[in-house]
Design a protein around this ligand. Structure first.
Ligand SMILES: [Zn+2]
Length: 435
């Protein structure tokens, strides 16, 4: 199988996947799962569609292996909303233009769906006999997370997705440093999402006589300012330390890390900044339901991301100290915290990442880090202790500062060269882990 034909194959499959509108909500991922099943079965890969409700199927395909460790190529088929008026091409056209495939999901993440499918299909055609199972899962409902996708599979269909190693989205950016070196980022952990609500108190009254009331909305502004400007003491976790060792060639103190990285790459520094501290972003507020009533209560929702390993109960005293005691409020953690898991470094999968980077671009290095958001990887780590990394390497054609603006945005597109590199990486990983 020549590289050219794999490139054409992955390009064609991605175009067809983009044309299936899987905007979530409502998702309707079954149409994408059906397209993938037809493609995979034609190539001799056995598939299962596993669905909690008929229109939201997950696809799981497998080349069965022996008793060796198993490898899962993980991806999701749903995409976020696209407003056609903001786009230069229809967002579900899958148009091929100047060597790039355009459309919603090209980067997040139908490109990797297509590359994973082509990797497993091409291996099956070649008669690849893995030592452990090679699995490909294209799951539903990652973008909203209403429990139709991997969270549900990890609970109700464990045998379908249990794996020792997994390759997911969430990494692969290629960074050129100021000193000429090149690094490829791979995520090995993720921050924890732990939102909370501050209910600020006051005393209601008629808006025509503010003097008789104590306006909770006005009180809330003080609380908002304090939490938004809060910068906890930075700390270096194992992933940040390993990242610095690659980027700087040595570790440094947490307080100097961002400025030292900034001298080599502003993109890496911005990321580093969010990886050394928990973050607190006030995003929603509600107070009076009537214009002429001064509110006695005001609720402020805070999007809070903790470091891997940090727990809400550790940071709560810190938050309370910052908020002070002059404004009366209650603090409530509103959702079960999600994510915050990590996988070990120094595993065979990490060795495969390093070897591939060296082969794809001699002299370049792989750098591990945490993901600032969270991905489906945490379901696997929690359920099976899977070593899950986010790595889908990209070429120099689309620098990370460009792709970051296109994900979940207008004119999302992916270079065909990146799709081809992705197929090469996934095939490399399968050979490395399952030889
Ligand atoms: Zn995604």
């Amino acid at each position: 199988m020549s590289a050219t034909s794999l490139r054409d194959e992955v390009t064609d499959l991605l175009q067809r996947l983009i044309r299936v509108d899987t905007t979530n909500p409502p998702g309707n991922e079954t149409a994408a799962a059906g397209l993938l099943r037809e493609y995979l079965e034609t190539n001799g890969v056995g598939c299962e569609l596993i669905a909690k409700v008929p229109e939201r199927a997950n696809l799981v395909a497998r080349i069965p292996g022996g008793d060796g460790p198993s490898l899962l190529l993980l991806s999701h088929t749903d995409v976020v909303l696209a407003d056609p008026s903001e786009w230069s091409v229809p967002p579900f056209s899958g148009e091929l233009r100047d060597g790039q495939v355009w459309g919603r999901g090209a980067l997040d993440m139908k490109g990797q769906v297509a590359a994973s499918a082509v990797a497993i299909a091409s291996l099956a055609r070649e008669g690849f006999r893995p030592s452990g199972d090679l699995i490909f899962a294209a799951v539903a409902d990652e973008e909203v997370g209403d429990d139709f996708g991997l969270s549900w599979l990890c609970r109700e269909h464990q045998d379908a997705v249990r794996c020792d190693y997994a390759i997911n989205e969430g990494g692969g950016e290629r960074l050129e440093l100021a000193d000429g070196r090149v690094i490829y980022q791979a995520t090995v952990a993720e921050k924890m999402t732990a939102p909370f609500r501050l209910r600020v108190h006051g005393r209601s009254g008629h808006a025509s006589m503010p003097g008789i009331a104590d306006n909770a909305l006005v009180n809330a502004t003080q609380v908002i300012e304090r939490i938004a400007s809060f910068r906890p003491e930075p700390q270096l976790g194992p992933e940040a330390e390993a990242y610095l060792r690659v980027v700087l060639g040595e570790t440094t103190t947490a307080s100097r890390a961002v400025s030292r990285v900034a001298a080599l790459s502003p993109v890496a520094a911005a990321l580093m900044d969010a990886l050394l501290v928990p973050t607190f972003s006030p995003t929603m507020i509600s107070a009076s339901q009537k214009r002429n009533v001064i509110p006695g209560l005001c609720d402020v929702e805070i999007d809070c991301r903790l470091l891997p390993g940090q727990r809400p109960e550790f940071v709560e005293p810190m938050i309370r100290a910052v908020l002070g005691s002059d404004v009366e409020y209650e603090l409530e953690w509103t959702e079960e915290p999600q994510g915050g898991t990590r996988s070990a470094l120094g595993t065979p999968l990490w060795a495969a990442v390093e070897a591939f980077v060296e082969e794809a671009e001699p002299g370049a290095q792989a750098a591990p880090l945490s993901c600032v958001g969270f991905t489906d990887s945490h379901w696997l780590r929690d359920a099976f202790g899977t070593v899950a990394y986010g790595f889908f390497p990209v070429t120099a054609e689309m620098p990370p500062e460009v792709s970051a603006l296109l994900v979940h945005s207008a004119d999302e597109r992916v270079p065909v060269a990146d799709l081809e590199l992705g197929v090469r990486w996934l095939r490399h990983a399968a050979h490395a882990i399952l030889a």
